[in-house]
Design a protein around this ligand. Sequence first.
Ligand code: BGC
Length: 463
Amino acid sequence: MQEKQVAETSTAGHPSARAMVLLTAGVAALGGLLFGYDTSVISGAMLFLKPAFQLTDTQLEFAVAIVLAGALVGSALAGYSTDRWGRRLVLLATGLGFGAFSVFSGLAFGLVSFCLARFFVGVCIGVASLVTPLYLSEMSPARIRGALVSLNQLAITVGIVAAYFVDYELAAAQNWRWMFISAVFPALALCLGMVVLPESPRWLARVGFRDRALENFHRLGRGGEAESELREVEQALAEGQEGFGILFQPGFRVAVLVGVGLAIFQQITGINTIIYYAPAILRMSGYPSDKAAILATAVIGIVNVLVTIVSILLVDRLGRRFLLLLGTAGMAVALALVGAAFHRQSGGLTVFYEMIAYIVFFGIGLGPCVWLLISEIYPTKIRGKAMSLATLSVWGANWVVAVTFLSLIRSAGPAGTFWIFAGTCVLSFVFCLAFVPETKGKTLEAIERHWRHFGEKRRHSAE
Ligand code: BGC
């Protein structure tokens, strides 16, 4: 990118403004926490659901997967809703939905009521997965946007680990109902937070509330730069055309390709085979007991949290591209080794260490950077709707991997399966190398201008 880097200093200098930015980021990230918690909590609860509702294996699989169907619907609806009603209102409604449907899941009295409640939890997950990074991205100063948006991914990983521990604690009493109901607490915190936090100044500018946009840039600590940042936003809004059509213009077409490609690669490189099936994989590789495998899964979850913190510290220094390339290369090697360990029957501990290596590289690159980039690369006018395409691709690919993994293991064997995933990591590396732009330190408007200039250059060279 040719655009000049933006030097922003105001936020750093002002302690109360810095606290406001951090508070906003922390509260919004509860959307990520609920995403992580509610996708994982089922792994422990399903042991008890089966006898409680006397389910067949197929019914149980359906009860587990229904949340992904909800997330697909949620991510399709979220973009339009948040462009229309704002980031704050939609996050507030999502918090309410999470609270209500978590309680309904816990109180369910049969398969149908459980699946209905979990479907709507899934809708909330889909909405949160889009609006949380989008809101964080729009309110962050460019200089630290990578770190602040990646708090969303950190919260997802914390949510996953929290679910493991809650499941573990409640398992002895077979209290599956509270496994679901517990999500009501972060959901309420999200609602309360969204009542007091500022609306995204970029969205306010888009819908014509200039004074409130300026006020919120001030609340977010932009100081003397609030006015110039707002003018930059207004200029970009004046240039940008309304509607989906913009996404088919030459420059923005590439942005769509980058967003959808990253979303699909984040999933088809196998992360959720580890997140959802780690105990089963470890048992297959010769781990001595279910208990040891479950403990090892918790360790993988904790490593995922820790390494996301490392990525947060690095993303605004080393940039998104570097972390993505390092991450996908490392994931490819780790999965090739997992495949080799299964092939040679090297035993459970080897597979465990290699899975840890895999999660380290995922947590450095594809984990946080995908959500970050898809919240940065689209024009403000249609950011929500464009993000819907990418988020839908995440959930669609997630669903395909989740429902085909066990059959893939049966047909290609564990070694073959992990080699296939290693191959998708190589493809993902090549994709990032060829298409992903560096967005470090640039304002969202500078990124938008990059695509526009890129498109104009392509048009000229074609003429
Ligand atoms: C992915 C999820 C995954 C999680 C693991 C997220 O970025 O979208 O599918 O389960 O990371 O940390």
